[in-house]
Design a protein around this ligand. Sequence first.
Ligand SMILES: O=C(O)[C@@H](CO)OP(=O)(O)O
Length: 247
Amino acid sequence: MTSTLILLRHGHSVWNEKNIFTGWVDVGLTEQGRAEARRAGELIAASGLEPRVLHTSLLKRAIHTANIALEVAELDWLPVKRSWRLNERHYGALQGLNKAETLAAHGEELFMTWRRSFDTPPPPLSDDAEYSQVHDPRYVGIDGDVPRTESLKLVIDRMLPYWHAEITSDLAAGRTVLVTAHGNSLRALVKHLDGISDEAIAELNIPTGIPLVYELGDDFMPVKPAEYLDPEAAAAGAAAVAAQGKK
Ligand SMILES: O=C(O)[C@@H](CO)OP(=O)(O)O
C-alpha cells in the first residue's frame, strides 16, 4: 500500500521580504505570502489529493499558510497537530540580521557555511537577546532545552523523532498528510526521504508556497521522485531562495 505526503513551505514572510534571517522568530506573511497560500490551496484542490490531517510547526507563518490554503480547498475542518519539532532551524545570533549585510560583513564563505553547511551552526543567540525564544511560553516543557542555535544536522535530530512517531502513524492509518513548515525543517525531511548526502543538501532550496507531493511505500520512503504541483514556479522560487543575500 502506498500513502501520500504533501509538503508545503509557508508563503513569503515579512522577514523574507526584508531579507532578514528569521529562524524561530514568529513573523507573519506578506500579501504575496497570503496569495501564495491561496494558490497552494487551489493547486491542492485541483490535484484531486485529499489531505486528511495537517501537521504544522508552532510558528504563525506556517499556521496561517495552512489555514489559508485549507480554506481555499474547503478543508478547514482538517484535524491539526502542531509541534516545535517542525519549526524552522534556529538561526542563533543571526536571527534578526539582514542577509545582505551579513554577507558583506563576513564574506561569502562564512555566510554560506552558516546558511547551508550540514553541521556548522551559527554562533549561539544569548538568552537576553531581543530575538531569543528561551522565555517564550509555547516552548515550556519541550523535550530538552530551547535551542540557542542549530545546524541542519541538529534540525534533523529533533525533527525525525516527530516524523517517525507522529507523521508516519497518520500515513500508516491511510491518511494523506499535509505538512506545513519551513525552508530548513523541510530540507531536513527531504534529505531523509530522498537520501541526499550531507554535501549535496547544500544545493537544495525549497520554494515558498508550492506543494511538493510524495508517494511513499510501506517503509515510508518514496516509491518515485516527488513532484511539485507547479514545477515551473517551484524552480523559479528555489532559485530566488538560493540568491538571498546577494541583492
Ligand atoms: O531566515 C530563515 O529562517 C531561513 C528561511 O527563510 O533562511 P535561509 O533560506 O537563509 O536558511
